[in-house]
Ligand binder design. Structure first.
Ligand code: GLU
Length: 424
């Protein structure tokens, strides 16, 4: 993090800097609403908390936690919580801002927020993980709530962590507040289809983009970076549609097979400490080679800043589906556009997760739960409507899908901002 961090002076090459450039690019398309655009460049509120816990060996460890509420013009804050050793306040600011754009792009009645703890959860015991989660939830409890800001899973967090968050918030407030977090286990007010929703949304937007490009999914070659909840589910759905998964990279390494990797064997191994690198049914190659693999579709589904200018020059893909948040830096975006590579941006491509989070939240409030078909049909409809509208905007102004998504989303956000008016 920059020593002189301020909202408007990002650290060079940081996710927040990427986000600010993405906003600058949309301003010319905002008409009279442009006078409110500065709103988008400043988070509404950012909280830093100390998370002290007693470790199993009796030591007291301190972790740093964050919750940033970027914008609440259109509804309560919404966005995941990430546990990762590299989390910084500035990163969480960017992730919260991307949630604002994402919820507006698919027209959910939410603003954007995000949280994180700078911790390596792989180094904690289960008991320590529970303590970190509960203390963090208690500390951010002053700003979250079912009607104010609703956390969810993100990198290295899952249903069990959401259950502890829901319990902690409920113990502190005296009731059982299922609607305070989404991505919960099914018997605690969770929703069918939530676990796979982000990967499914990547597939739905990818299928439509491929159709428009005239790219047949049968036999299409797909490369996936990041093989967690997003990348592995998207890979399975593309394979079901007849595509070949020719390369997978996770934190353990890169495995390639031009005839297609056997996902039924690869997925279980990737869940063990051996990771994708432990899979025998493909060739292990140096990580940098992943970016030049012969493929039609590239799915970055790991962390920010992965598609750099160099990698954008190398890729053979015709279509990039951003399962991760912020995987492409602005310079790389320009190179991909010049090279005719179509990018379906994160803020629409991976919006399936928060869309089913919204369904979960609605189900919790109505205490009436839907079947999985209903969820998947509604998810498909919301994603397709949003994508079609964005595509029309891109065609009309001759701009990239990313800038078009920002145009549609930022108009909704800033219209709400203007109609609400400034207080006082
Ligand atoms: N962490 C996910 C995202 O980046 C989901 C957020 C949510 O469901 O609120 O979109």
């Amino acid at each position: 993090m920059s020593e002189k961090l301020s909202f408007v002076h990002p650290t060079p090459n940081s996710p927040w800097g990427t986000y600010l450039q993405q906003v600058d690019r949309v301003v010319p398309y905002l008409g009279d609403l442009a006078k409110w655009a500065e709103t988008l460049k400043r988070p509404k509120r950012a909280l830093i908390v100390d998370v002290p816990i007693e470790m199993d060996d009796g030591r007291i460890a301190h972790y740093e936690g964050y919750r940033v509420q970027h914008n609440m013009s259109r509804g309560p804050g919404k966005g995941g919580v990430r546990f990762h050793p590299d989390v910084t306040l500035e990163e969480v600011m960017a992730l919260s801002a991307w949630m604002t754009v994402k919820t507006a792009a698919v027209n959910l009645p939410y603003g954007g927020a995000k949280g994180g703890i700078r911790v390596d959860p792989k180094k904690l015991s289960l008991k320590e993980l529970e303590k970190v989660t509960r203390r963090y939830t208690s500390e951010i409890g002053i700003i979250i709530g079912p009607h104010t800001d609703i956390p969810a899973p993100d990198v290295n967090t899952n249903g069990q962590i959401m259950a502890w968050m829901m319990d902690t918030y409920s113990m502190n407030t005296g009731g059982t507040a299922t609607g305070v977090v989404t991505g919960k286990p099914l018997h605690l007010g969770g929703s069918l289809g939530r676990v796979k929703a982000t990967g499914r949304g990547v597939f739905v937007t990818g299928r439509e983009a491929a159709r428009r490009l005239g790219l047949d999914l049968r036999g299409a070659r797909v490369a996936v970076q990041g093989f967690g909840n997003v990348g592995s589910v998207a890979a399975e759905l593309f394979a079901e549609a007849g595509a070949k998964i020719v390369a997978v990279q996770d934190h353990t390494g890169t495995v390639v097979n031009e005839n297609g990797l056997d996902l039924e064997k690869l997925i279980p191994i990737s869940r063990t400490p051996a990771g994708a690198a432990g899979f025998e049914g493909g060739d292990k190659v140096p990580n940098e080679q992943f970016w030049e693999v012969a493929c039609d579709i590239l799915i970055p589904a790991a962390l920010e800043g992965q598609i750099t200018a160099e990698r954008a020059k190398k890729t053979k893909a015709k279509l990039v589906l951003e399962g991760a948040n912020g995987p492409t830096v602005p310079e790389a975006d320009d190179i991909l556009a010049e090279r005719g590579v179509l990018v379906v941006p994160d803020v629409i491509c991976n919006a399936g997760g928060v869309t089913v989070s919204y369904f979960e939240w609605v189900q919790d409030f109505s205490s009436f739960f839907w079947d999985e078909d209903e969820i998947n049909v509604r998810l498909d409809r919301i994603m397709m409507n949003a994508l079609n509208q964005i595509w029309d905007t891109a065609d009309k102004h001759k701009i990239t899908l990313r800038t078009a998504t920002y145009a549609v989303a930022c108009e909704r956000i800033l219209m709400a901002r203007q109609e609400r008016g400034l207080y006082p």
